[in-house]
Design a binder for this molecule. Structure first.
Ligand SMILES: C[S@@+](CC[C@H](N)C(=O)[O-])C[C@H]1O[C@@H](n2cnc3c(N)ncnc32)[C@H](O)[C@@H]1O
Length: 292
């Protein structure tokens, strides 16, 4: 037994380094495609010029630690103010070359969008609305970017998936740098990191201070959507939203008939995992009230 250990260890090391090399090669290849296609207007003409069809990305090559510290600096890029943001790079289809302006602005934000399932299912439902996912983890963001590039290519004839994109960013720090006052119609918080330990609660994505920022970027009547499988986090979100003077509950009847609630229950990767494990999903939606 003990004699076999070094052999096994070598084999494990060899396998690990092979896996690592394979993952690096895949990531490099994807990065090249991403560099070329990330900001270009993908339509049938672009496809003719592209040598090979872009495949949907393989998730296993984008794995990353589950948690990222929302208080660290991450060397993130962000605009000084919303006016400095160049949205044409994310939604080239909605850029009018004659006026040099965007024809639409982002109205829906998916905060901590993870692998992008919600964005993809919301896209055809809100065909002419710009939807943005914000995600702090770099590899996860790359996965969503690559997924959107591939989908735009596969659906070029009907201009599919031109209205969604993802941005690497820390929603706890820089939201007002990206969005103007009252810009957003809807904000989604789907299966946010639970930060179970009490001393970590301050890292939760819903707090009094952050809710005031969300109220700033949401228009009157705009909706905050929350869903989680962690009862303690659900109670935390409900408590903070109930206590905030600028939000009111939408109520279960409203939630039952809302198409976005239906989509968010089914479409995110975390939501699918919870369903596979037959876990519970707790939903609550809140409406942005007028300023007093
Ligand atoms: C548990 S996952 C849920 C992902 C997705 N919403 C879903 O339902 O499948 C939480 C995600 O939020 C991201 N995240 C956590 N804090 C964030 C922050 N401050 N800004 C942006 N994204 C954040 C994490 O990297 C992670 O991908």
């Amino acid at each position: 037994m003990s004699e076999e250990q070094p052999v096994n260890k070598n084999e494990v090391e060899k396998k690990n380094s092979e896996t690592y090399a394979k993952r690096q090669a895949y990531r490099e290849k994807q990065e090249n495609v991403r560099k070329t296609l990330k900001h270009v207007r993908i339509d049938e003409d672009t496809i003719k010029d592209t040598e090979t069809a872009v495949e949907l990305p393989r998730k296993r090559f984008y794995r990353q630690r589950a948690h990222s510290n929302p208080f660290s600096d991450h060397q993130l890029e962000y605009p000084g103010s919303p006016d400095e943001m160049d949205w044409s790079k994310l939604y080239p289809h909605y850029y009018d070359e004659t006026t040099g302006k965007m024809t639409k602005e982002v109205k829906i934000a998916d905060i901590g969008c993870g692998f992008g399932g919600l964005l993809i299912d919301l896209s055809p439902e809100f065909k002419d609305t710009l939807i943005l996912g914000m995600e702090i983890r770099v590899q996860v963001t790359h996965y969503v970017e690559d997924r959107i590039i591939a989908l735009r290519q596969q659906h070029a004839a009907e201009h599919g998936y031109q209205n969604i994109n993802v941005l690497r960013g820390n929603a706890m720090k820089f939201l007002p740098n990206f969005f103007k006052q009252s810009q957003l119609d809807k904000m989604f918080f789907c299966f946010p990191d639970p930060h179970f330990k009490q001393r970590k609660h301050k890292a939760r994505i819903i707090t009094n201070t952050l809710l005031s920022e969300y109220a700033f970027v949401l228009r009157e009547g705009g909706i905050i959507y929350t869903i989680t499988d962690v009862l303690d986090l659900h109670n935390w979100m409900v408590k903070h939203l109930d206590e905030h003077p600028l939000f009111e509950r939408c109520g279960e009847e409203w939630e039952e008939q809302d198409v976005c609630v239906k989509i968010m229950r089914e479409s995110t990767e975390e939501g699918k995992k919870v369903a596979r494990n037959q876990g519970s999903k707790y939903v609550k939606c809140y409406r942005r009230l007028p300023n007093p």
